[in-house]
Ligand binder design. Structure first.
Ligand code: C2E
Ligand code: CA
Ligand code: CA
Length: 559
């Protein structure tokens, strides 16, 4: 038999057998002794724990019975888990063949594997040698097993634990993967301090371990990202169980989001499964009132599309698949075009037209956006140059900058180099930034915007009113133009109540900023905005974004 060859290797390896049935115990000991193990015996958990205390440093394995007098297997596991010194000693539990609930309960308590009674010697020896081997090869990373802050498994170990749960449990049992993430954890850290946030992570992990029905194992797989393997919950019972999980933790503003992969496919790696749960979760990060998202076919397709996009973006840039369109901004006072915004378009060879709303976020995540933004900026310079050469009325054109552009210390200098290369008056180039782009590192962004303005470029604040805006940040940012987001224009129009738009325009005037209203579609809106002394209007009412040639024709009409 294959395992017999291990007999010599097993010399010096100590094994503890905890079993109340004398005959079973003696039989086990005889087999293990024959395999070269040094065997210690305990007739119940209490005695077993005492031996564990004495011998844990040299023990290779515990073989544990579940039902015993005095202190049963569950209690043994629970007390063993309470003492970190014993983490390095694996436990194989012996259960009755139909005791599925026992197995799950033991897994939760940290058991490593199972053998079924009555014992089959060959299976048992293989499982023992696998577990011992696994543990010995893992002993070096033992210190990394637990996350000391939350008591959850660390990432790598969580993946391994889940794998071993999958191999030790029958295929008929289904599992769900639940990942959690705290919204804006970084800013909470800044606001409440590290110590409070550590406490928050600790409390949250403990609550989730307690609240999640069917909980099997949990891991901390990112700074504020936890993953939990639970037995499949067909009725989503845990959604209501965790509804109030963040209540009372660190003030009222805390928001915890969950992503779920149901009926986990065991063929996939655990890390990919977690990625999928997190992907589902990312989609609801900014959605107020929705805290749980499931990974589904639609997301699978999106992921497929995301991969296609990531694989083809560099080629697309090299092959000029990106085209820049220009949407006029109409100057209400002069009643003529007073500017334009550059908006990128991508006709993908296999996907067809892809909306910027779909690919920009992917580029932002991958970092590719910085290359695209510079590309668009260069195209804008070329377009302005062409307008000058064609003798058309020349208007300033803005391009969109992303948060990541601000991480580049040379961003402003690169823009200068481009305008210089095409001989463009710098005041003709505007840079659109959003407030969120400024939220990460305000000092840095303020310095960079100031630098851009010192060079002569104009800065426009994009999407004002779309989310959380504060007068304070508005006052701090070096700006020339405020763009009112289309959502506040359209809402005002629907409710026939322009008071918010009015006060936004007044605020801009107070700060000496020019105003541009976005997404204006009707004559009525134009009339209202004119009354409120809005400066410029951008929207379908005047024009959709136009190809370069069409934009030139548009300008030519005003020449
Ligand atoms: P944004 O900067 O807020 O651009 C305005 C969006 O509103 C554009 O969508 C534009 O086509 C659309 N729009 C303009 N007028 C109207 C209207 O009257 N009604 C309606 N319903 N929509 C109108 P688009 O071109 O799909 O761009 C979406 C977003 O993608 C942009 O929002 C911007 O954040 C981003 N984006 C586009 N081009 C670039 C780029 O070159 N770089 C970066 N970083 N982001 C870009
Ligand atoms: Ca914009
Ligand atoms: Ca906008």
């Amino acid at each position: 038999m294959a395992y017999s060859t291990n007999a010599s290797k097993n010399k010096r390896r100590k094994l503890l057998v905890v079993e109340d049935n004398d005959i079973n115990r003696e039989m086990l000991c005889a087999i293990l002794d024959g395999e070269g193990f040094e065997v210690m015996e305990a007739e119940n958990g209490e005695v077993g724990l005492a031996l564990l205390e004495q011998e844990y440093e040299d023990l290779s394995l515990v073989l544990l019975d579940v039902y015993m007098p005095v202190c049963d297997g569950f209690e043994f596991l629970e007390r063993k888990r309470g003492d970190r010194r014993f983490d390095s000693v694996p436990v194989i539990v012996a259960t009755a063949s139909e005791a599925r609930e026992d197995e799950i309960a033991c897994l939760k308590l940290g058991a490593n594997d199972f053998i079924v009674k009555p014992y089959n010697t060959e299976i048992m020896m293989n499982r023992i040698s696998n577990t011992v081997h696994l543990r010995e090869s893992a002993s070096l990373v033992n210190q990394l097993t637990w996350d000391t802050l939350t008591n959850l498994y660390s990432r790598e170990f969580f993946y391994r634990r889940v794998d071993s749960v999958f191999t030790s449990m029958g295929d008929d049992l289904q599992f769900d993967m639940v990942c959690s993430d705290i919204v804006n954890f970084k800013s909470l850290n800044d606001r409440y301090g590290r110590q409070n946030c550590d406490q928050l992570l600790q409390d949250l992990a403990a609550r989730l371990e307690e609240l999640l029905p069917g909980y099997v194992v949990g891991g901390r797989i990112g700074a504020d990202t936890f993953a939990f393997l639970v037995t499949h919950q067909p009725d989503h019972t845990w959604v209501s169980a965790i509804a109030d999980v963040s209540k009372g933790l660190l003030g009222t503003s805390l928001s915890v989001k969950f992503g779920v992969v149901e009926n986990v496919d065991r063929q996939l790696s655990v890390s990919l499964t977690c990625d999928r749960a997190i992907m589902a979760l990312e989609r609801i990060k900014k959605t107020f009132g929705v805290d749980v998202a499931w990974y589904n076919d639609k997301l699978r397709e999106q992921q497929h599309m995301e991969n296609t996009i990531l694989e083809s973006m560099e080629t697309a840039l090299d092959e000029h698949q990106f085209t820049v369109y220009y949407q006029p901004k109409h100057d209400l006072k002069g009643n003529r075009t007073g500017g334009a915004e550059a908006l990128v378009r991508w006709i993908h060879p296999t996907l067809g037209f892809v909306s910027p709303g779909d690919f920009i976020p992917i580029f932002e995540r991958s970092g590719f956006i910085t290359q695209l933004d510079l590309y668009v900026c260069e195209e804008v310079c070329k377009e302005i140059r062409r307008c000058v050469e064609l003798g058309l009325p020349v208007v300033p054109i803005s391009f969109n900058a992303s948060q990541l552009d601000f991480d580049d210390e040379d961003f402003a200098k690169k823009i200068v180099a481009l305008t210089d290369a095409y001989g463009i008056d710098r005041t003709l180039l505007h840079v659109e930034v959003t407030e969120t782009a400024c939220s990460e590192n305000p000092d840095r962004v303020i310095a960079l915007l100031a630098e851009l303005r010192d060079f002569g470029f104009h800065v426009e604040l994009d999407d004002f009113g779309s989310g959380y805006s504060s007068l304070a940040s508005l006052n701090m940012l070096p700006l020339d133009v405020m763009k009112l987001d289309m959502s506040i224009i359209q809402q005002a129009s629907q409710l026939d109540d322009f008071r918010i738009v009015h006060s936004a325009i007044q605020m801009a005037q107070f700060l000496n900023l020019e105003t541009v209203a976005e997404g204006v579609e009707t004559q009525d809106e134009v009339r209202k905005l004119k009354e409120l002394e809005c400066g410029k209007i951008q929207g379908y009412f005047y024009s959709k974004p136009l190809m370069g040639k069409d934009f030139e024709t548009y300008l030519a009409k005003e020449a």
